[in-house]
Design a protein around this ligand. Sequence first.
Ligand SMILES: Cc1cc2nc3c(=O)[nH]c(=O)nc-3n(C[C@H](O)[C@H](O)[C@H](O)COP(=O)(O)O)c2cc1C
Length: 323
Amino acid sequence: MARVSEARRTLSVDLEGLVLPTPVLGASGTFGSGMEMGELIDLRRVGGIITKSVTLKPVKGMPTPRMAETASGMLNAIGLQNPGIQGFMKKDLPFIARLGVPVIVSIAGKTVDEFIEVAQIVAGLPGVAAIEANISCPNVQSRNQVFACYPDQAGEVIGAVSRLSRLPVFAKLTPDVTDIVEVAEACVRAGAHGLSLINTLLGMAIDVATQRPRLGGATGGLSGPAIKPVAVRAVYQVARAFPEVPILGMGGITKAEDAAEFILAGAWAVAVGTANFYNPRATIEIAEGLGEILAGKGLRSPAELRGRMAHAAQVAEPAYRGG
Ligand SMILES: Cc1cc2nc3c(=O)[nH]c(=O)nc-3n(C[C@H](O)[C@H](O)[C@H](O)COP(=O)(O)O)c2cc1C
């Protein structure tokens, strides 16, 4: 195995122009804008921050309880609570602008026009490296169908946001679809710079004693280790279809081996979500561990590991579903 001197090894990744110091970011909704996290960890050692999704107007969110623990995972129904773009600019932007770490601002909306309005504002803000469009939300103009579940609706939002912004736009996809490659393709064709996958899976838990749902919103998003195999599969399928498109992989990452697994599947970088709640140092520790994995394999950078899964068996087309 080729030995690589420490001096030549880097954790930095280049997402077609968006350069990150490490490939491990904080995932949207689990890192805020980094302000509270900055009191616990050295943010300059984080690969980047993806902010909580921001909408045009403030959103109060769902009734409590908003979180419930499940086997190897967590359900949440926060309901995109956020202060709206004006509140974000007042409270979070001054902090973000002087952070010195790549910040990807996540935007959300109930209509294509709302996405456009928020994106127009975000595109003009200082200190923003990229936009992540969280299209896993309902389109009120189309029977509350989730944008990311329909290739045409996903493409419409991503096309509109990409056209108006000088910033790279990442489309955040939901795994709750029959064919995630089809949705990814619509986003790529519409002009997405990259793809973030995956968002939470739609889930539900019921308290048998009270006979009530465990979440105030009844249903919610499942995250954490329970969803990792689904996320790795989604990254693998999309990366095979679009090897030239930067992919941010996420879903259940808690340790360096998980991050390496996503990169082997084809992710260019990864984001850590749920793990931040019990280990604020997760993004930093995972990046450090990834460096050790690369060193052990004699590789110079995460890019050298990307997509290098060895095929032990014939790859089934369409994807083999077990049984
Ligand atoms: C409490 C919570 C809030 C979240 N809020 C958002 C959000 O505002 N926008 C978004 O695109 N994803 C949001 N997510 C999804 C995460 O960014 C991530 O895609 C998902 O949780 C999978 O990663 P994980 O298993 O590491 O948590 C949220 C997740 C959690 C757990």
